[in-house]
Design a binder for this molecule. Structure first.
Ligand SMILES: Cc1cc2nc3c(=O)[nH]c(=O)nc-3n(C[C@H](O)[C@H](O)[C@H](O)COP(=O)(O)OP(=O)(O)OC[C@H]3O[C@@H](n4cnc5c(N)ncnc54)[C@H](O)[C@@H]3O)c2cc1C
Length: 398
């Protein structure tokens, strides 16, 4: 490990890996540190991502794709099912990844591009000079090393400690942390080509339950519920166990994970002097779906591009780095986060009867495109009253 790099990336998830890869490809000296002993493990994810979104950053490869989806279904609280089939939806659905291998591949690509990579190496504090982030203290196997850099990219995930140490408030209200639990179940009867989402206050209050197939008879079966709805006897795991006992009583659990996802608005500002915050740490997860792999890669890539530009101009102050903040906010991804936050806030307040009615209204539709926004638009079309209830937001959906 050198004592100085152009860019220091904290965190080896999708955001950090893509940031390191992009920065290295632009000719910068890059150090990526990951506190865990192995990239990608343990997995804290349902591993779903849209095909086109993924391909923006990495060519799909069957070494890290567990399953290819051609359909999806949404199940209302009363059991009404809405199905989306790929033949109707233009054959663009998605993948269920194997993130243990996928995350590793991204970091390999960062290393191939020239980044130094260190696992079991944790950033424990920023190095600050006159309020400017100048690097980090890195601890590995009991040894602490000071590493300086022109820019630190904090991609340390949902805990977002690095930015907090730099004085940025990264707190998420309890109600906006989705408390997640997931089993990898095997020996279960599923449609191996379709994801299934279950909605309803009995099944997953202020969240949803998912079945994401990983093969002919295996799937990630998981749940996310609002942190505010979680408590003794009714944690995410309790809801999940109830569902699994009823739906897959013979299923065998080969993995169990728990984890949190933020579904709040993004941080008010995602840069500071010498610092860029990317991925979950910046709270850029899609608040409606809880999906953050793509958003992590998108912000990681942009963070590195802006860092390279600013370093080449010799100015890595907050004002110069604001190009990153403005860039992702005005992007399609940034606009989708803003829109989906309002939709999520609306939907979580609806009683089960309303959810039943909404899903019933679109259960017979033939959608021509497979995306959250297409579905929302169709729902609005056949439920004109929702336009009024969603107020100003409705205009952006027409
Ligand atoms: C239950 C669950 C299901 C999900 N399902 C989906 C899904 O189906 N699709 C989807 O798109 N998203 C999903 N997500 C969200 C997705 O997993 C994240 O949005 C994504 O991993 C974000 O990438 P990231 O690089 O920002 O953070 P992470 O992947 O969390 O990576 C951050 C890395 O930083 C490391 N780190 C933390 N602190 C330090 C430190 N001090 N020093 C060094 N390293 C550090 C961590 O060990 C970690 O490896 C899910 C999340 C959960 C919890």
């Amino acid at each position: 490990m050198k004592s100085r790099y152009d860019v220091l990336v904290v965190g080896g998830g999708p955001a950090g890996a893509v940031a390191a890869r992009t920065a290295a490809k632009k000719g910068l000296s890059v150090c990526l540190v990951e506190k865990r002993p192995a990239i990608g493990a343990p997995v804290r994810c349902a591993e779903g991502i849209g095909r086109e979104a993924l391909a923006e950053f990495v060519a799909p490869d069957k070494r890290w794709i567990s399953a290819e989806m051609t359909g999806a279904a949404i199940v209302a609280p009363d059991g009404t099912m809405m199905k989306l089939e790929s033949n109707l939806a233009g054959n663009k659905v998605g993948y269920i990844l194997d993130r243990k291998v996928f995350d590793r591949e991204l970091v390999w690509q960062a290393a191939d591009a020239g980044s130094d990579v260190f696992v079991k190496t944790r950033a424990t504090a920023p190095i600050m000079e006159d309020g400017v982030v100048k690097g980090a203290k890195l601890e590995s196997c009991g040894t602490v090393t000071d590493v300086k850099s022109d820019v630190v990219i904090a991609a340390d995930g949902v805990e977002a400690k690095f930015a907090r140490w730099c004085g940025i408030d990264t707190t998420v209200p309890v109600r906006e942390i989705m408390s997640g639990a997931q089993y990898v179940l095997t020996d279960i009867d599923i449609d191996p080509y379709s994801t299934v989402f279950y909605l309803g206050n009995e099944v997953a209050p202020e969240g949803y339950l998912w079945i994401f197939p990983k093969g002919a008879r295996s799937a990630n079966v998981g749940i996310g519920i609002s942190g505010k709805k979680s408590g003794t006897g009714h944690r995410a795991k309790d809801y999940l166990d109830k569902f699994v006992q009823k739906t897959f009583p013979e299923g065998k659990m080969i993995e169990f994970i728990v984890g949190g996802v933020s579904v709040c608005p993004p941080l008010g500002c995602t840069v500071a002097d010498g610092l860029i915050i990317a991925g979950d740490a910046a709270r850029v997860v899609d608040p409606l779906t809880g999906g953050g792999i793509y958003n992590g890669m998108f912000t990681g890539n942009l963070a590195a591009s802006v860092a390279a530009d600013c370093i080449s101009k010799g100015d890595t102050g907050k004002k110069a780095l604001m190009a990153y903040d403005a860039g992702w906010r005005s992007s399609k991804m940034g606009r989708a986060i803003a829109r989906n936050y309002h939709i999520k806030e609306y939907l979580i307040k609806q009683p089960d009867e309303k959810l039943n009615a909404i899903i019933k209204s679109v259960s017979k539709l033939n959608l021509t495109e497979f995306s959250t926004i297409t579905l929302i638009k169709e729902i609005m079309k056949v439920n004109p009253k929702l336009m009024v209830e969603l107020g100003a937001l409705a205009a952006s959906l027409r």
